[in-house]
Design a protein around this ligand. Structure first.
Ligand SMILES: NC(=O)c1ccc[n+]([C@@H]2O[C@H](COP(=O)([O-])OP(=O)(O)OC[C@H]3O[C@@H](n4cnc5c(N)ncnc54)[C@H](O)[C@@H]3O)[C@@H](O)[C@H]2O)c1
Length: 449
């Protein structure tokens, strides 16, 4: 049987999570045929890893301006899009038009026009797009879906989801391209796409209308100065900066071999500075957000995201007409450092200790019960391993929970964030159908691809 041929675009920190299983565990069924990135230094880093520690071989490497040549010359079946969010649509559309299928990292894209371009290209070519929503695949989040699908609390009418990003992982978004709305769509798209997808999928529901507030209250120069932290604003970046020695937000790229080679050595060829001061001018995304969503079938979602919390995790409550589920996960903090999946470990930060995850069912008029949850293991609560098997093996088990998300489900998630950004701008509720008309006749998420 011939192997599935994969090409990757975007060889930053995230790519290793999928490249490694592809060329090691799944090399019998899948093959890496090419890699593409803006930065020759990052391409060289990955080819060094492939030919060295990963025991594979170097593959043809292409600069961003030679992406089409990569598709022509290496003939991938599937392109794995792992580049900066604002570039996803371009690579997805060009891959589809070249006759390839696509797996894309979340978010599908960052604004409504780019989303429409992807949906149009998919319709015109009929090729397949999958979105790597790893949140769905973590066993404890799948468990919530299993309980709801079994009718444990009847029909769900409302959900509260509070997500906390901490001053380790959360702050890291403010050092990089994520802090520019033009590049990430804001964290309401880049990050919340995970959370919105989770609720869409848990409820099997399609979002209809969104109202939101969002402000920058912690990061950025003005906020630091206003609370007396002006001394943390005095350098544009952290690496090599003696004055930043005791700065708790400091990230020194020279302290990690991976960061040095992946980012520091690539500054000259890409202009990407990975360790900018989180208290600088020019950050144009909010760091605290509050969103209300109404679904086509009636349920309401009340969502909040705070990016400057001392601890990281999520609290969710789901109210049904037969009871309530309370769910939380505080599984520690982790900042992506581009390490190989087997080297994944939680960061040791005071106050961010892992507490684990817990699901409690409160049926109406009956005692509550704690639901046994498989402990989280490995990167992203164990989700990445399961997802890699799904993408790269030929014997992935059947999935009774419909965890695979196509382009329409990917769109249903980002469109909440895109509508929220628009709502903040207009100070008005926004109808998702006015941004992108997602199959007007569909009632449930599972009716979308
Ligand atoms: N699901 C998850 O848990 C998860 C975790 C981390 C990242 N991600 C996603 O993975 C993607 C990559 O994130 P990352 O953390 O590796 O970021 P990164 O900044 O480390 O890497 C981004 C890469 O994109 C490249 N790039 C930028 N513009 C490009 C262009 N025009 N053409 C080709 N390449 C270009 C950069 O050179 C860089 O190598 C993002 O879409 C992010 O949302 C997902």
């Amino acid at each position: 049987m011939s192997k599935q041929r994969f090409a990757f675009v975007g060889t930053g920190s995230r790519a290793i999570s999928f490249l490694e299983p592809l060329v090691t565990t799944y090399r019998g069924s899948s093959e890496l045929v090419g890699i593409c990135d803006l930065s020759p230094a990052r391409l060289a880093y990955y080819n060094g890893l492939l030919a060295g520690d990963l025991g594979y071989h170097a593959v043809p490497a292409y600069g961003a301006d030679r992406f089409d040549a990569m598709l022509r010359e290496t003939r991938p079946d599937t392109v794995f899009v792992c580049s900066k969010d604002s570039t996803h649509h371009d690579y997805i559309v060009r891959s589809l038009q070249a006759g390839c299928d696509v797996i894309t990292e979340k978010p599908l894209t960052i604004d409504a026009a780019k989303c429409r371009a992807i949906l149009d290209a998919q319709r015109a070519t009929g090729r397949r797009i999958r979105v790597a929503f790893n949140y769905r695949w973590a066993p404890f989040r799948t468990k919530v879906r299993e309980l709801l699908q079994a009718g444990t609390i009847g029909r769900v009418h409302s959900v509260n989801l509070e997500y906390l990003l901490d001053t380790n992982h959360g702050a890291d978004y403010f050092r990089r391209w994520h802090s520019s709305a033009a590049e990430s769509g804001t964290l309401l798209v880049h990050k919340s796409t995970h959370h919105f997808d989770l609720v869409n999928w848990w409820l099997d529901a399609i979002p209809e209308q969104v109202f939101a507030y969002g402000d920058l209250v912690f990061y950025g120069r003005k906020n630091a100065e206003a609370r007396g932290d002006g001394h943390l604003t005095r350098y544009p970046r952290y690496t090599g900066e003696p004055a930043a020695k005791n700065d708790p937000f400091r990230l020194d790229l020279d302290e990690s071999e991976i960061f040095r080679r992946l980012y520091r050595a690539a500054e000259a060829d890409s202009g990407y500075v990975r360790d900018q001061n989180v208290f600088r001018d020019g950050i144009d995304i909010p760091d605290q957000m509050s969103v209300n969503v109404r679904y086509r079938t009636g349920p309401l979602l009340t969502y909040s995201l705070v990016c400057y919390s001392p601890r990281e995790g999520m609290r969710v409550s789901l109210n049904g007409d037969r009871g309530r589920i309370e769910y939380h996960e505080f599984i520690g903090t982790h900042m992506n450092r581009g390490v190989r999946p087997r080297d994944f470990k939680l960061d040791d930060k005071p106050g961010a200790e892992a507490e684990g995850e817990r699901i409690v069912v409160y049926p109406h008029f009956q005692p509550s019960r704690v639901v046994a949850v498989p402990p989280a293991q490995g990167a992203h609560g164990g989700a990445d391993d399961i997802l890699a098997r799904h993408f790269f093996s030929t014997d992935a088990p059947a999935d009774p929970w419909n965890r695979t998300a196509g382009h329409e489900q990917g769109a249903a998630s980002i469109l909440i964030g895109i509508a929220a950004v628009e709502s903040i701008r207009r100070n008005q509720p926004v109808n998702i159908a006015d941004l992108v008309p997602l199959r007007p006749d569909a009632v449930h998420l599972s009716q979308l691809t």
